[in-house]
Design a protein around this ligand. Structure first.
Ligand SMILES: Nc1nc2c(ncn2[C@@H]2O[C@H](COP(=O)(O)OP(=O)(O)OP(=O)(O)O)[C@@H](O)[C@H]2O)c(=O)[nH]1
Ligand SMILES: [Zn+2]
Length: 306
């Protein structure tokens, strides 16, 4: 049988079949991920083959299907090991707000760079629309224009009042979508809107503690009524980590990637080189200054999370 991992404790894996059946499974044998040393062999979002244990309600995972992508975090204390947070993501959605609290552009840009590096399409959802004055709405339009111009679809919603939730529902249909967001932006409120059946969210948790499976999960997948899954990663604000070489950074800014072949030097850093096509585009306003500042900030290793 085949199924999707919707939750894991490290020793137990919750597997959901196509038919919607949920089976707790263990692993048999070794599963390795090429190129990295991982603390967990199988992660939320993985597709696996499993067999039922004789005369039990539990199963055994026998095979891991090839992943199309995965995101990792570095393991604490064990610098060389990485933990796979989630796999097989169709898209990553960042919930942001312009007020209470305001998400910084630096944070948004770092998220987008990470998504580009992982090759996961990113989308932005501006929440708390109900709080905006006319002036606020103008600023929102400016922000949306900046990001839509470079290929990131933007949505404006109110999780509180339910505004435009149907647009997000349409975006999520039949896809596996990772949800991220700074504390306080309303990520949980939005997820709860999308999963009106709250029982879904608490499904099986008590069952697991009954079996003494203590939960160290960083990610959990929830099935959407219209089809598809939301992956929530409580406690992880960003999109995991990925090592990006300085000279590769501009590849992960679509508006820079598009222009860098026009730079005079093919090893141009786009900082102060003569004949730099990126700098020229910044000067004439084709590249947004805030985006370029984020590039410099990440390039120089400054923390833009604040
Ligand atoms: N006005 C307004 N408030 C909202 C909206 N969505 C969420 N909130 C409020 O914002 C606060 C934070 O919402 P949460 O859903 O807990 O935010 P979160 O992003 O999950 O944050 P953490 O729980 O800290 O991870 C709560 O007081 C919500 O009621 C919205 O659309 N409009
Ligand atoms: Zn350049």
């Amino acid at each position: 049988m085949q199924g999707l991992i919707t939750k894991s404790t490290g020793s137990w894996y919750q597997v959901q079949t196509n038919g919607g059946q949920i089976i707790d499974c263990r692993i048999k044998g070794k599963f390795r991920t090429k190129g990295i040393v991982t603390t967990n062999p199988i992660a939320v979002g993985d597709v696996v083959d499993f067999e039922m244990e004789p005369e039990q309600e539990t199963g055994v995972i026998t095979n891991l299907q090839q992943r199309k992508n995965y995101i990792i975090r570095k393991s604490i204390n064990l610098s060389k090991q990485a933990q796979i947070i989630a796999a097989n993501l169709d898209q990553a959605l960042l919930v942001v707000t312009l007020a209470s609290p305001r998400t910084s552009l630096g944070f948004i840009d770092r998220f987008l760079v990470t998504a580009e590096a992982y090759d996961i399409p990113a989308r932005l959802v501006f929440n708390k629309l109900d709080l905006f004055s006319d002036e606020g709405l103008e600023i929102l339009d400016e922000y949306k224009a900046v990001y839509e111009k470079i290929g990131y679809p933007c949505y404006q919603v109110s999780a509180l009042e339910g505004t435009n939730i149907e647009k997000v529902q349409a975006l999520l249909k039949d896809k596996v979508t990772l949800f991220s967001g700074h504390s306080g932006v309303g990520k949980s409120s939005l997820i709860n809107r999308l999963l009106p059946d709250l029982e879904l969210r608490t499904h099986q948790v008590s069952d697991w503690s009954d079996k003494g499976m203590h939960t160290t999960t960083f990610a959990e997948a929830f099935e959407l009524p219209q089809g598809g899954f939301i992956i929530d990663t409580p406690g992880i604000r960003e999109l995991g980590v990925i090592d990006i070489e300085k000279q590769e950074l501009s590849h992960f800014f679509p508006e820079m990637r598009q222009r860098m072949h026009d730079c005079r030097f093919n090893n141009c850093r786009h900082i102060n080189e003569p004949g730099c096509a990126v700098l020229e585009a910044v000067e004439n306003g084709e590249i947004e200054l805030s985006r370029y500042e984020s590039y410099l900030s990440i390039y120089n290793g400054n923390d833009t999370r604040a």
